[in-house]
Design a binder for this molecule. Structure first.
Ligand code: CP3
Length: 349
């Protein structure tokens, strides 16, 4: 089972480090955030309500493709959707992010993380993917939260700076930690497989907060679980992207978890990241999203620097180093896409 229809797209070929004419580009968090047309259809209330409505969710998925001319769409959903759908008790508060009223604290809480049956628990995700894929002429990226980043919300009860409770559980009760991570890996696998079966042409595993871990903590507590997700998805045949923030010291390990593409944030240049990840993996990144706020000319110059650091390598997808910031000007993002398309050359080597 593979995306098939988009195997010859610049995006899929870049994920596979195959030759293609021009550097593909898309933006993490391109759906929503700064687009006025997003705010018009989003409605009020929890984002989980908008996600559960395939009419709205499919439309929001398409909006950035129309607006920016990006080479891929990303499903409009959230990393906490599977945990929410199995009844863990998590919501997403506008302006804050995921919040959990009864955080994960003991073995008993595993009972709130039963396996996900996508057809019964998240039929709206499947329907949104189907509708979006039918309407799109670029590949759709499906996604899930990586076990560690989802665990951090369930254990902390909300966004956190130091992730101290999460680390304390990982180090203080390794057996329970691994059971929690196993359950969350199963949720991610079930959700991602259902998205690919519905037509997603690639998947991204978001481990946004993995950068708070030391290399040893990551090796022992996290890498085996993310690797199980990514390796299991290998049988679908679609490219797998593995992303985190502040992961400069983890890039070699992240590259070893089985993904085809490693996401790089703005703290490490693409040439240095390529050295750390090693051969055989494509890279995705890494324009600092804050630079978009500096205006068109500064953003264009910074985009050119990213392209220069890639130096024509075929295994490269242009993106931001993290998600689009809410205060971004959509016109500046559109200009960045234009620069990448006009100047992002791929050299055969
Ligand atoms: O990339 C996309 O445009 C597709 C949709 C998408 C959303 N969340 C929609 C959303 C994706 C890929 C995500 C992933 C996600 N969710 C991550 C990983 C990516 C990253 O940025 O590191 C994380 C950590 C979350 C958890 C989460 N959900 C946070 C931290 C927030 C932000 C709170 C805020 O208001 O800024 C959310 C809410 C959320 N998810 C919004 C959107 C568009 C915000 C606006 C809204 O409520 O409408």
């Amino acid at each position: 089972m593979s995306g098939g229809r988009f195997d010859d797209s610049d995006f899929v070929r870049a994920c596979r480090s195959e030759p293609h004419p021009r550097v593909p580009v898309w933006f993490m968090r391109q759906a929503g955030r700064s687009l006025p047309e997003y705010r018009a259809v989003r409605g009020t209330g929890s984002i989980l309500d908008a996600i559960a409505d395939p009419d709205r969710a499919a439309e929001i998925t398409l909006q950035p493709v129309d607006r920016y001319g990006v080479d891929a769409a990303i499903l409009f959903s959230d990393i906490v959707v599977p945990a929410h759908a199995v009844g863990f008790g998590v919501d997403v508060e506008p302006g804050t992010g995921p919040v959990v009223s009864r955080p994960f604290a003991s073995r008993r809480d595993l009972d709130r993380l039963r396996p996900l049956d996508p057809a019964a628990d998240t039929p709206y995700v499947i329907e949104t993917v189907r509708r979006a894929v039918e309407a799109l002429d670029v590949p759709l990226i499906g996604f899930a939260g990586a076990p560690f980043t989802v665990a951090s919300y369930l254990v902390e009860g909300g966004p956190s700076r130091h992730h101290a409770r999460t680390k304390a559980l990982m180090v203080g009760d390794a057996a329970l930690w691994h059971e929690l991570m196993d359950r969350l890996a199963d949720l991610a696998i079930a959700s991602l497989v259902s998205q690919v079966e519905a037509g997603a042409a690639a998947v991204q595993l978001f481990d946004s907060w993995a950068g708070v871990l030391s290399p040893d903590q990551y090796r022992r507590g996290v890498a085996p679980h993310s690797a199980r997700v990514l390796e299991t998805l290998g049988s679908t045949g679609v490219p797998r992207i593995h992303f985190g923030v502040g992961t400069g010291e983890l890039l070699d390990q992240m590259g070893g978890c089985g993904a085809d593409v490693v996401g790089v944030d703005f703290r490490v240049s693409i040439d240095e990241a390529r050295r750390r990840v090693g051969p055989g993996r494509a890279l995705q990144g890494n324009l600092d999203p804050a630079v978009v706020l500096a205006g068109e000319s500064a953003a264009r110059d910074a985009a050119r620097e990213v392209l220069a650091a890639n130096d024509g390598h075929p295994g490269f997808i242009f993106n931001l180093g993290h998600g689009v910031l809410p205060e971004s000007d959509p016109d500046v993002l559109a200009r960045v896409v234009q620069v990448v398309h006009d100047e992002g050359r791929v050299l055969c080597r």
